[in-house]
Design a protein around this ligand. Structure first.
Ligand code: CA
Length: 220
């Protein structure tokens, strides 16, 4: 164990109580998503939501790009931290999940800050580039299909301004990245991306062990 803490459910509960200030609608989104069963694992954890919100505040983010919205907890966390003129583009392939997300955003009074794009994300991102949005985003969060992660990073590198931030979720993939016996498509995609980013001169990097691992890239 060395100098590191092994995260337990009890410690996570403790963090949730004293280290996260959850809006009532965030709490309800989380509870109702948990009731959906196994799929709820696609939702970010409360401390990750607080962390993203903190990054948004620290970077003065006004234009935020989210790839993978699910039932809306992550976008809600960020929307609540944005200035009133802040805007989120939220990308997902599921109208069902995003339909649920919209109800939470409306109840929290932030629906006007979030524009949804229901389509394969690469199509939407390429559309943004064609529409002249290169360099216009302050912050992009990637949390969608893992086999497209590398392609999303390339699009985000063009869409996020110099000095902006790209955050990539699940880059430790439950530890599978260091298990050579795990050769699933998702694991290989994340492992290859991690290897490539380790020495990518276009970014400064910090892979932080929050939740399932979040890689932060500062666009040089
Ligand atoms: Ca995730």
């Amino acid at each position: 164990m060395g100098k590191f803490i092994e995260m337990s459910d009890a410690l996570m509960d403790y963090i949730g109580k004293i280290g996260v200030r959850e809006h009532a609608v965030q709490a309800r989104c989380r509870a109702e998503t948990a009731a959906m069963g196994r799929i709820s694992g696609m939702q970010i954890s409360p401390d990750e939501g607080a962390f993203l919100a903190m990054l948004v505040r620290l970077t003065g983010t006004r234009r935020y790009l989210e790839i993978g919205t699910f039932t809306g907890y992550s976008a809600l966390s960020v929307a609540l931290a944005l200035p009133t003129d802040g805007r989120i583009d939220a990308l997902d392939v599921s109208d069902d999940y995003v339909g649920r997300a919209r109800t939470y955003w409306a109840e929290a009074g932030v629906a006007d800050r979030i524009t949804t794009h229901i389509a394969p994300a690469l199509e939407t991102l390429d559309g943004f580039l064609k529409a002249g949005r290169a360099g216009t985003y302050d912050f992009a969060f990637i949390d969608a299909d893992k086999t497209n992660y590398a392609a999303y990073v390339e699009r985000c590198h063009r869409l996020v301004r110099k000095g902006g931030l790209i955050a990539i979720d699940n880059t430790l993939w439950s530890g599978a990245v260091i298990d050579p016996a795990n050769t699933s498509d998702d694991t290989r995609a994340i492992r290859a991306l991690n290897d490539a980013l380790a020495n990518d001169p276009r970014f400064d990097i910090a892979l932080v062990a929050i939740s399932d691992g979040i890689t932060l890239l500062h666009v040089r």
